[in-house]
Design a protein around this ligand. Structure first.
Ligand SMILES: Nc1nc2c(c(=O)[nH]1)N[C@H]1C(S)=C(S)[C@@H](COP(=O)(O)O)O[C@H]1N2
Ligand SMILES: [Mo]
Length: 354
């Protein structure tokens, strides 16, 4: 492949891997499996083209005397890319490594972000445009096509290989997460988006206000929510574990019916004591659950007691813990994305006050 075509292919594959990688973090429905498949395919494609690039620059790399500043940058970026790919592949196959205390998935995400940032900066600084002659030649184009198809074909091969070799990775959910403590009550892992750790909240002082686009604002007490509605749903953390549980509490729809919606109601926002908040479209919110129990046990503090949101089909970070308010909205709430990063720095999120 012509050098410029290699570089542009690398940039394209990295960009597509980044886009699908980000999308994968908000995908949790079974029908969204293809996001994860595409991410894998783009990653494998990137790996193949990286190999092509390394073959070309190897003679230069082998002679440090011929290195320029560019070479060093390129080498660092290549190393980052290789490590990002290896971490992703290692996670997928089930390697139980955690260098420096971080899972391979965390490394994959961190290195993946770093390398796409490096590539973007590099492109802004010195991208050389593709010319007609970079695309000329049958062999050149055939090779480029073969790498793209090769990436796509390697993905099912990797999946089948995991099963044939009975690697731990074969047991993953379609999201890439590994099972942990399903149907075992509170014994499943606990997780935080940043580091929310509010003080425990007593059942008898807990209350949650229901407000916004409703006819009658409500004030819920624990006894109102600790109902007998049950949902079996899978909490799937983007950190890489999932746990399927029978959750118990009260359907959000019941509360919305009691409050009565006004005509503009379109989203329901769930707000934590820490300020962490997330919203769901109205119909989805109706079938979500305010959970007080997991299995036959009351939720523990770590899992969001007294009341947490259970949002089936949504990723774990959307399952707001330590719920303290429900707000019916007439428009989407873009500020919620920031809220999950800042909540750990509010007094309540740091464990101060009440
Ligand atoms: N208020 C609040 N809710 C939160 C979080 C948080 O940091 N703060 N973390 C989320 C994340 S990232 C996940 S995966 C789940 C984890 O729930 P668990 O600790 O019960 O496993 O809670 C979600 N709800
Ligand atoms: Mo998470």
């Amino acid at each position: 492949m012509s050098p410029r075509l290699v570089d542009w292919t690398l940039a394209a594959a990295a960009g597509l891997a980044l886009a699908t990688g980000i999308l994968s973090l908000i995908s949790g429905e079974t029908r969204e499996w293809f996001v994860f498949a595409l991410h894998g395919m783009f990653g494998l494609w990137l790996g193949l083209v990286l190999w092509e690039k390394l073959r070309r620059v190897w003679p230069r790399l082998a002679h440090p005397k011929r290195w320029e500043k560019r070479t060093v940058f390129g080498l660092a970026a290549t190393l980052l890319a290789v490590l990002a790919l290896l971490a992703g592949l290692g996670w997928a196959l089930g390697a139980s490594l955690a260098p420096a205390g971080y899972t391979l998935l965390a490394w994959h995400i961190g290195l993946g972000l770093a390398v796409t940032l490096a590539i973007s900066l590099h492109m802004v600084a010195r991208a050389k445009p593709l010319r007609r002659r970079d695309l000329a030649g049958r062999r050149n184009l055939l090779r480029a096509g073969a790498f793209a198809l090769g990436g796509m074909a390697l993905w099912p091969v990797q999946q089948a290989g995991e099963h044939l070799l009975r690697l731990p990775g074969a047991a993953r959910r379609f999201t890439g997460s590994y099972e942990a403590g399903s149907f075992g009550g509170n014994a499943f892992p606990t997780s935080s988006w940043v580091s929310d750790h509010p003080r425990p909240i007593a059942y008898d002082v807990w209350h949650a206000r229901v407000s916004g686009a409703v006819r009658t604002p409500l004030d819920l007490a624990y006894g109102d929510v600790a109902g007998s509605d049950e949902v079996t749903a899978t909490l799937d953390c983007t950190g890489g574990f999932f746990s399927t549980q029978r959750w118990r509490g009260l359907r959000v729809g019941t509360i919305l019916d009691r409050a009565g919606l006004t005509s503009g109601a379109r989203y329901v926002s769930f707000v934590s004591v820490t300020g962490y908040r997330w919203s769901l479209p109205l119909d989805e919110a109706r079938s979500a659950l305010l959970a007080t129990h997991v299995g036959d046990e009351a939720l523990t503090h770590e899992h969001g007691a007294p009341v947490r949101l259970v949002a089936p089909g949504r990723r774990g970070f959307e399952w707001v813990k330590w719920l303290s308010a429900i707000v019916v909205l007439t428009a989407p709430d873009p500020g919620q994305i920031l809220s999950i990063y800042t909540s750990s720095f509010t007094p309540a999120g740091r464990g101060e006050g009440t």
